[in-house]
Design a binder for this molecule. Structure first.
Ligand code: 13P
Length: 270
């Protein structure tokens, strides 16, 4: 498959924002603004308490529902946790795992994240696994080693027949919610190439070429197109801008128009 023809993903990670009324309004505005577009895969990941109400609004639309976390057990005495089956019950297709906020603020280890990745995939969820370095690691030239470690440990034991339900998100910690430090399109492209190469070493070249890698970290309507047109940047995982329907939809439109351009140039080249 030509890299240019991978479907683009636009995922809104609402983090711990919105109340019920805002969640309802935001989801409705996204569904209404989306129309029948199917070229780009669009997903909303509201906080756990609003999954059901957002799920109702998304039903029958082209927009998928995702969760921001999951616990790697089917059921049991795990107070406060949510299982993959519960998420599937609520209509979730996706789950975001390994987000840097969970790694750094909540102390999740690569081993724990790996357990979640394996269980979520085995139970039928599509996983978006986030990886990315801190500013200090980048300054110390440790980006590649860190990505290698997060991929090797995070993907250990993942079964090859679940890979079509796995995508990765490169989220450099220093670029998340940060107005001063933005990853340039070139930095994103370079890191995605490192990730794809490592993925290929683990799972083979074919799987690496089919893998979608989203970029996350201060994606806004004004920088989205420049990122999407880069080789190997297959979409975006969006925090702040996903809380504003107009901004989120503008990013979706940028993904659609980049996809169209890439499809047309692939046809011309064929
Ligand atoms: P921002 O878009 O707010 O930088 O957040 C990115 C992110 O963490 C998405 O998961």
């Amino acid at each position: 498959m030509s890299p240019a023809l991978r479907q683009k993903f636009v995922v809104g990670n609402w983090k711990m924002y919105t109340n019920a009324a805002e969640a309802r309004q935001l989801a409705k505005a996204v569904v209404d603004g989306m129309g029948a577009e199917e070229r780009v895969s669009v997903t909303l990941c509201p906080p756990f308490p609003y999954l059901a109400l957002v799920g109702e609004i998304l039903k029958g639309s082209g927009v998928a529902l995702g969760a921001q976390n999951v616990y790697p057990e089917k059921e049991g005495a795990f107070t406060g946790e949510v299982s993959p089956t519960m998420l599937l019950d609520l209509g979730c297709k996706y789950v975001i795992l390994g987000h840097s906020e969970r790694r750094h603020k909540l102390g999740e280890s690569d081993a724990f994240i790996n357990q979640k990745v394996r269980v979520a995939l085995a139970d039928g969820l599509d996983v978006i696994l986030c990886v990315g370095e801190t500013l200090e690691q980048r300054k110390n030239n440790q980006t590649e080693a860190l990505l290698d470690q997060q991929l090797t440990l995070g993907l250990a034991g993942v079964s090859a027949d679940t890979l079509t339900r796995l995508s990765l998100a490169y989220e450099p910690v220093w670029a998340i919610g940060n107005l001063e430090h933005h990853a340039t399109p070139q930095q994103a492209q370079d890191a995605h190439a490192v990730i794809r190469r490592r993925f290929g070493q683990i799972f083979g070249e074919k799987s690496a070429q089919e893998l979608a890698i989203e970029y996350g970290g201060s994606v806004k309507p004004d920088n989205a197109a420049a990122l999407f047109c880069r080789d190997g940047v297959d979409g975006a995982l969006i925090g702040g801008a996903s809380l504003h329907a107009d901004q989120f939809l503008a990013i979706v439109r940028a993904a659609i128009s980049t996809s169209l351009t890439q499809e047309n140039s692939a046809k011309t080249a064929a």
